[in-house]
Every structure is written in structure tokens, then in C-alpha cells.
Design a binder for this molecule. Structure first.
Ligand code: MF3
Ligand code: CO
Length: 252
């Protein structure tokens, strides 16, 4: 069941989202060669608590960390560890915050030192794919319009679009209806209505989109070892168009 959020609920989710976005802004300087993914996790968790929030991923479906820190060929749900990032790595930091019952969810992708040209292009295309999807999140459009815009663009750039993990409704809980795939056909799927709150979070790969699950049962990585990039925003569908609740540009 898809729930419609009131303006007050969207306001609270935006407060949660702005705390989240401020932590991504802080991560820009924190992430550099030598930093471990455990250190990133602790940094984020401390900032969530300082901001009065709860690290909503801890205990969610048995997940144990505040963040997912997925490196290079890891698609998503990478566990923070004592791995020290090195020059040329790409790390996706994904986390959710519960602020007074309102959840926000945003993943951002960080280059560690200097990337290869192909990996730098992967990051750019993935971010652009996210924004092309967001542009379609308009009242009266359909879910398929979002995925189609992302898929057409990313595949046109020669990259793969992950199928096994998708965007989702969000609100008092992390994952709600509707499902928001990053592939699909224009004009297909449920119609978007004012007051829906969803995430769009394309995972784009240099090679195959097919994944392989690690023995830990959580971490997915590309089957061919190609890199994966991901960016995610929590957005509200409003009469004035999509509102980026996790926008980093509006952080005070
Ligand atoms: N932040 C993730 C998402 O984008 C949720 C991860 S589920 C968890 O949907 F269990 F790993 F927290
Ligand atoms: Co999400």
C-alpha cells in the first residue's frame, strides 16, 4: 500500500534529510587514502547522534552498522571494516536517519584520490542518471518513466543498470511501497501522486549489471569485478515538482 504524506510529514522528513545531507557534506573532507571504512561508519554514527537522530540501519533486518560502505566492485550493503581506502578506490556511503520518527535515506559516491578516467566517468554518469530519474518524478507521470529515463541514459553511455536492488517508498519506515526500479518502460507502472515520498538510487556498473552475493548474505558485488557507482536521494512528489529532501545544496 502506498501512503500519501501530509505537508507536515514531508517537512519532518526534510529535516531528517537535511541532517543526513550535512553528514555527506562533512564526508567530502573526511574520506581520503588511509581512512578505514570503520572510521567512516563511526564518523557518521557520531554525527547522527550529535544531530539528535537515530542510526536507523542498525538492527534493520539484522543489519549491524550505521552505514553501508561499499567499495569498488561492491554494489551495495558493504560492511564497514578495517579496510584502509587507497588511491583509486571508489566508496559508496549509504545510510538512513530516523529523526523524531521521520526517516531519510541517501547514498553518495566518493572518489579516493585519483580515479581512472573510466571510473571518473562512471561517477558522473551515475549522478546524472539519478537527476534524470528525479526529473521524471512528477505528479501524473508513472513509475516506469523514472526507470526508463535512467536506463536509457546509462546504457546509452555504455554502462550497466543493476536490477537486483531498487528504489522504494520511504516514511516512518525505511522500505515502503512503491518499488522504484532503475529500468523499465515509459508510461508503465503506478501513477505518481502528490504526497508520495520515494527514493531513487541507481547502481550503475562499468560492465555487467549481474551481481554475486558474498557469503555474508548481505554484500552484493559485480559478477565481473567491474566497478559500481551509486547516488541516492529521498524525494517528495509535490504539485511544484520533485523536492530533494536530502539535497546537499540546501544544507545550512
Ligand atoms: N540505505 C539502504 C537503501 O538505500 C538500506 C540498506 S538496508 C540495511 O535502501 F539493512 F542495510 F540497512
Ligand atoms: Co534506499
Amino acid at each position: 500500500m502506498i501512503t500519501i504524506k501530509s505537508p507536515r510529514e514531508i517537512e519532518k522528513m526534510t529535516e531528517s534529510g537535511q541532517l543526513l545531507a550535512s553528514i555527506h557534506v562533512a564526508l567530502r573532507d573526511f574520506i581520503k587514502p588511509g581512512v578505514t571504512t570503520n572510521e567512516i561508519d563511526k564518523f557518521v554514527e557520531q554525527k547522527i547522534v550529535e544531530g539528535g537522530g537515530i542510526a536507523a540501519q542498525i538492527g534493520y533486518e539484522g543489519y549491524e552498522y550505521a552505514t553501508c560502505t561499499s567499495v569498488n566492485d561492491e554494489i551495495c550493503h558493504g560492511f564497514p571494516s578495517d579496510y584502509a581506502l587507497k588511491n583509486g578506490d571508489m566508496v559508496k556511503v549509504d545510510f538512513c536517519i530516523d529523526l523524531d520518527g521521520a526517516i531519510s535515506d541517501s547514498c553518495w559516491c566518493y572518489a579516493v584520490g585519483e580515479l581512472t578516467d573510466e571510473h571518473a566517468r562512471l561517477m558522473e554518469v551515475t549522478k546524472e542518471a539519478l537527476y534524470r530519474g528525479i526529473e521524471q518524478a512528477q505528479v501524473g507521470n508513472r513509475i516506469g518513466d523514472i526507470g526508463a529515463a535512467i536506463q536509457q541514459y546509462a546504457e546509452g553511455e555504455g554502462f550497466g543498470v543493476v536490477r537486483d536492488f531498487i528504489g522504494h517508498g520511504i516514511g516512518p519506515t525505511i522500505h515502503e511501497d512503491p518499488q522504484v526500479p532503475h529500468y523499465g518502460l515509459p508510461g508503465k507502472g503506478k501513477r505518481l501522486k502528490e504526497g508520495m515520498t520515494i527514493t531513487i538510487e541507481p547502481m550503475i556498473t562499468t560492465g555487467t549489471w549481474q551481481m554475486q552475493m558474498d557469503p555474508n548474505g548481505w554484500t552484493a558485488r559485480t559478477r565481473d569485478g567491474g566497478f559500481c557507482a551509486q547516488y541516492e536521494h529521498s524525494i517528495a512528489i509535490t504539485a511544484d515538482g520533485p523536492v530533494l529532501m536530502t539535497d546537499q545544496e540546501t544544507v545550512k
